[in-house]
Ligand binder design. Structure first.
Ligand code: ADP
Ligand code: ZN
Length: 215
């Protein structure tokens, strides 16, 4: 499957993407994970992105498009991919459309995961992430804590609160979402590609996607 996952920070894009990869071998492409990995590795990309990310601002479109133009042409994408956190602005969506036409790829749909604001706020403040850039497993202190406190189940690295998950940065990220990313819902609706799923359970989201793909 070739999907775009839309939704506010904390809507569950990453969790849903991971579950979908288990269905048919499609790869998850998370621009947030790629960027955090680059920051940790101290690469040029990481150096350019870090300050924007820590403030809860978007990284410039040119940087993101440079990453994605290469990533989408890697061989593992042939089977399918789940775009998690990209596109995030109208210019990114327009440039993605042009890019996909050029490399002859057709998307199945864009899925808007619609979750109430109070749930989002609660999830973001209780979310924890594995600090190992190659792992980045996600936990929640209330609903899904690591087996051993503060330690990743998968790789044993410390589990931390992300730099952009302080109260200030969270509210800034949500504002950025409303201003810059929410308009993509209308964009993909016009393209006749939109599926909106209002659900807080990732299993319900997965079932809605499966149902639509089968129809
Ligand atoms: P979340 O969805 O929880 O906000 P992500 O992990 O998707 O977090 O992204 C973290 C940060 O990485 C964003 O706040 C932003 O700074 C940057 N980022 C990720 N994807 C993009 C994108 N497509 N365009 C611009 N910035 C991005
Ligand atoms: Zn880990």
């Amino acid at each position: 499957m070739k999907l775009i996952l839309l939704g506010a920070p904390g809507a569950g894009k990453g969790t849903v993407a991971k579950l979908l990869t288990e269905l048919d071998g499609s790869v998850q492409i998370s621009t947030g994970d790629i960027l955090r990995g680059a920051v940790q590795a101290g690469s040029d990309l990481g150096k350019q992105a870090e300050a924007f990310m820590n403030a809860g601002d978007l990284v410039p479109d040119e940087l993101i498009m440079g990453i994605m133009e290469k990533r989408l042409q890697e061989p593992d994408c042939a089977k399918g991919f789940l775009l998690d956190g990209f596109p995030r602005t109208i210019p990114q969506a327009e440039q993605l459309k042009t890019l996909l036409e050029k490399i002859n790829i057709k998307l199945d749909m864009a899925v808007n995961i619609d979750v109430p604001k109070d749930v989002i706020l609660d999830r973001l403040s209780t979310r924890r992430t594995c600090s190992n850039g190659d792992c980045q497993a996600i936990y929640n202190v209330k609903s899904n804590p690591p087996k051993q406190e503060g330690k990743c189940d998968k790789c044993g690295s410390p589990v931390i609160q992300r730099e952009d998950e302080t109260k200030e940065a969270i509210s800034h990220r949500l504002k950025t979402y409303d201003e810059k990313t929410a308009p993509l819902i209308g964009f993909y609706d016009k393209e006749n590609m939109l599926l909106t799923v209002s659900a807080t359970s990732s299993d319900d989201v997965i079932n809605a996607i499966k149902g639509k793909l089968a129809s």
